[in-house]
Design a binder for this molecule. Structure first.
Ligand code: OGA
Ligand code: NI
Length: 349
C-alpha cells in the first residue's frame, strides 16, 4: 500500500467505511420540475420539496431548466484548466486578499481534503466586510481571478452561473411556499448576494480508506445546487440516525441541499445535513456546486413567522458577512482550534 501524507488522514470514526449502508432501501427523492407546468401538480411538487428538506435536507431535481450544453461546456473547459501544469494553475491561486481562484489545500474540520478547487464569485466585484471584528463596519470589494487559458473559461463559467442562479431563486420560492410563506419571502436578503460557485476535482487517491475528498461538513449557505459527474462519491448522513447514504449520480440532475442559513431561518424545521465525499483509487471525479449566499449585512436568525411561544428561537442571530470572513480565514491553514460553526450560535436550552 502506498503512503499517504498524514495531513490527509481522517480520524477513524470519520473514514468512509464507518457506519455506511451500501445498498440502501431508501432513496433520496428525485423531483421532476417539469411537473410545475401542470397546475394540478404544483402543490404536490411543493410538498415533496418540503418533505425532502425536512427529512433529508437533500433532494435531486431533473428537468430543472439549466441547459445541459451550458453544463457540458463548463465541464469541458474546467477539465482543460485542471490538466494544465501546476505553474500555470498557481498563477490564479487564491490568497487572503481575494479568496477565490485555484486552490489545492483546503481543510475541512482541520483535515486536508483530497481535491483541487476553483472558486468564482457570482457578483464581480463582491462586497464583504473588511474585517472579522464585530464593531468594524468597513467593507471591501473582492474580485474574481480568471486564467488566460482555456480562453473560454470565463464565459463558460459565467453562462453556467447565470442559469444556476436563476434555478436557485426558483427553488427558494418553492421552499418558501412549502413553509406557507409568500413566494418572495427571502428575496430581500440577496440584494448584494455573496453567492459563489466552485469547481471540485477529486483526483484518484491511493488510500480512499484513510482520506476523503471532502470531510464531513454542513454547507454554511442558504441552499446549494450541485452538478456531479457519473463517478459518484457524495454521501449524506440521514437526519434520523446519522447513517451515511450515497447520492446516486443521475444524468443531468442537480443535487440540492439545505445550508445552515435556511436551517436557522426555519428554526431547524428544515435540515442542513452533514455530507462528505468518498474518493477512489482509479477515477477522477468532478463536481460543480453553486452556493446561494445572502448579502453581508443580513442578520441570520429564526424567522418571526416561524417562532412562537411553543417554538422558541433555537439560535441567536449573527451577521452573515462577519460569519463568512471568520470562517474563510481558517480554510487556508490548519488551526489549533475548531473552526467557527453554526452550533456556536445555538441558544442554550
Ligand atoms: C462541497 C461539497 C460535494 C461534492 O463542495 O461543499 O459538499 O460532491 N461537495 O463535491
Ligand atoms: Ni458541501
Amino acid at each position: 500500500m502506498e503512503d499517504l501524507d498524514p495531513t490527509y488522514i481522517q480520524a477513524p470514526e470519520h473514514r468512509s467505511d464507518s457506519n455506511f449502508i451500501p445498498n440502501q432501501p431508501e432513496e433520496i427523492p428525485v423531483i421532476d420540475l417539469s411537473r410545475l407546468d401542470d397546475p394540478k401538480d404544483v402543490q404536490n411538487v411543493i410538498s415533496e420539496i418540503g418533505d425532502a428538506c425536512e427529512k433529508w435536507g437533500f433532494f435531486q431535481v431533473i428537468n430543472h431548466g439549466v441547459p445541459s450544453d451550458a453544463r457540458q461546456r463548463v465541464e469541458k473547459t474546467v477539465k482543460m484548466f485542471f490538466d494544465l501544469p501546476m505553474e500555470e494553475k498557481i498563477k490564479v491561486k487564491r490568497d487572503e486578499v481575494n479568496p477565490v481562484g485555484y486552490h489545492d489545500g483546503e481543510h475541512t474540520k482541520n483535515v486536508k481534503d483530497w481535491k483541487e478547487v476553483f472558486d468564482i464569485y457570482f457578483k464581480d466585484p463582491m462586497v464583504i466586510p473588511s474585517s472579522t471584528a464585530p464593531e468594524d463596519e468597513g467593507l471591501r470589494l473582492v474580485y474574481n481571478k480568471w486564467p488566460q487559458s482555456p480562453s473560454d473559461f470565463r464565459e463558460a463559467c459565467e453562462v453556467y452561473a447565470r442559469h444556476a442562479e436563476k434555478l436557485a431563486f426558483k427553488l427558494l420560492e418553492l421552499i418558501s411556499l412549502s413553509l406557507g410563506l409568500p413566494k418572495e419571502r427571502f428575496h430581500d436578503y440577496f440584494k448584494e448576494q455573496m453567492s459563489f460557485f466552485r469547481i471540485n476535482r477529486y483526483p484518484p487517491c491511493p488510500r480512499p480508506d484513510l482520506a476523503l475528498g471532502v470531510g464531513h461538513h454542513k454547507d454554511a449557505d442558504v441552499i446549494s445546487l450541485l452538478a456531479q459527474d457519473e463517478v459518484g462519491g457524495l454521501q449524506v448522513s440521514r437526519r434520523s440516525d446519522g447513517v451515511w447514504f450515497p447520492i446516486r449520480p443521475v444524468p443531468n440532475a442537480l443535487v440540492i441541499n439545505i445550508g445552515n442559513c435556511m436551517e436557522i431561518w426555519t428554526n431547524d424545521k428544515y435540515w442542513s445535513a452533514e455530507h462528505r465525499v468518498v474518493v477512489n483509487t482509479t477515477r477522477e471525479r468532478y463536481s460543480i456546486p453553486f452556493f446561494l449566499l445572502p448579502s453581508h449585512d443580513v442578520e441570520v436568525k429564526p424567522l418571526e413567522e416561524i417562532v412562537s411561544p411553543e417554538n422558541p428561537p433555537r439560535y441567536k442571530g449573527y451577521k452573515w458577512g462577519k460569519f463568512y470572513v471568520s470562517r474563510n480565514r481558517s480554510d487556508f491553514r490548519k488551526l489549533e482550534i475548531e473552526n467557527i460553526q453554526i452550533d456556536d450560535f445555538k441558544v442554550n436550552t
